[in-house]
Design a protein around this ligand. Sequence first.
Ligand SMILES: NC(=O)c1ccc[n+]([C@@H]2O[C@H](COP(=O)([O-])OP(=O)(O)OC[C@H]3O[C@@H](n4cnc5c(N)ncnc54)[C@H](OP(=O)(O)O)[C@@H]3O)[C@@H](O)[C@H]2O)c1
Length: 252
Amino acid sequence: MTKTLLITGGASGIGAETARRAATCGYRIAVNYRSREAQAKAVVAEITARGAQAIAIRADMAHETDIVRMFEEAERSLGPITHLVNSAGINGRRGRVDQYNAAVLAEVLAVNVIGLMLCCREAAKRMSTRHGGKGGAIVNVSSMAATLGGRSGSSAYAASKGAVDAFTKGFAREAASEGIRVNSVRPGMVLTEMTEGRLADTAFRASIEASIPMHRIGEAHEIAETILWLLSDEASFITGAMLDAAGGGYII
Ligand SMILES: NC(=O)c1ccc[n+]([C@@H]2O[C@H](COP(=O)([O-])OP(=O)(O)OC[C@H]3O[C@@H](n4cnc5c(N)ncnc54)[C@H](OP(=O)(O)O)[C@@H]3O)[C@@H](O)[C@H]2O)c1
């Protein structure tokens, strides 16, 4: 069966590393980006240099029309979507609850939760045997923040990832008999463009590393390999799972 993988937020960090590594796993790959056109094209060039077919598609995960168009474009160029990774995500403005801003909260939920759910809707319409599809696999990128409410100032982000986990479980149960597996991966702190600013502060980085049982932060390729395994047939009996890729979680 031809495998076509769509990765949201695929131009940087965990999404980009997943796209690069997927190139040698037999996928045709659609790399979604919002603002990082040059990075997305560079990822596509790396994939094609490894002999796989790939395209970059601009689409904002906060906009339903963009999401629908992204699936249509990917399908037109690469064939039916069989695999999906939802990696697009934002931190929002970090802060205490008494500093919350409604517009920032709405944006975090629009991208991290509603956008992800709408991508799953579009995937379900194509993958589900109920709709004539041949099944598929989906990995939603959640976060260890979902388990503890997040580190200081990250409660809104944590709540969005908690929603991702709850949705993943519900969707997985609904789609299990229709050939679709849905799982979430919960990375701990990983060095990417999302975190590099804060991790450049050596005192902050040391405090984070001290709180992780493995005493180090993760690397994007470690999360990418976890995602690719969950997408693969090697994980054929796994659905509705939350897999922590977090060096042991938190020392409390
Ligand atoms: N790094 C960590 O420590 C960590 C830990 C746990 C979970 N995660 C999760 O891992 C996922 C990937 O993050 P990352 O660490 O790889 O950081 P990253 O490099 O910042 O990747 C996030 C990507 O999402 C894209 N994105 C954001 N809003 C979007 C939108 N509205 N539409 C389309 N794309 C959008 C960004 O592109 P633009 O900038 O162009 O919008 C960016 O390429 C996220 O869901 C994040 O919450 C990360």
